[in-house]
Design a protein around this ligand. Structure first.
Ligand code: FES
Length: 122
């Protein structure tokens, strides 16, 4: 077996780190859809499907989508949060599938918060 040089080992390590980074949630924009009972009753499932569809259509590789439970704010459901890397988390209220698509285009892609739909920012 051929012995590896320090340079070759460094290259292998860098390549592995890049691949791990690409797979891990670190360094990715994050969308969380709150799927508590009231969220689902208010249409969170359709919102989630619209988000996943938009991400696939636009081939957004740097975005991960997860689900979470309720946060005690029934009256504002469906609620999603968007956190772009290095920016505060933004909670959006009454997120219909149409609003979700707009939030992706305006906030996730262009970095502009959709102010009229904001519930809070952290
Ligand atoms: S079920 Fe509505 S806030 Fe928890």
């Amino acid at each position: 077996m051929k012995k590896l040089t320090i340079e070759e080992l460094k290259k292998i390590r860098e390549k592995a780190q890049t691949e791990i980074q690409a797979r891990s949630p670190e360094g990715k924009d994050r969308i969380v859809v709150h799927m508590g009972t009231c969220g689902i009753a208010a249409g969170a499932r359709e919102t989630l499907l619209a988000i996943l569809d938009e991400i696939e259509k636009r081939n957004l590789q740097n975005v991960i989508v997860t689900q979470a439970g309720c946060i005690g704010l029934c009256e504002y459901e469906p609620i999603i949060s968007v956190q772009k890397v290095g920016t505060p988390k933004v909670l959006y209220k009454y997120v219909t599938p149409e609003k979700a698509r707009r939030i992706i285009a305006q906030h996730v892609i262009n970095g502009q918060i959709v102010t009229e739909d904001v519930l809070s920012t952290e």
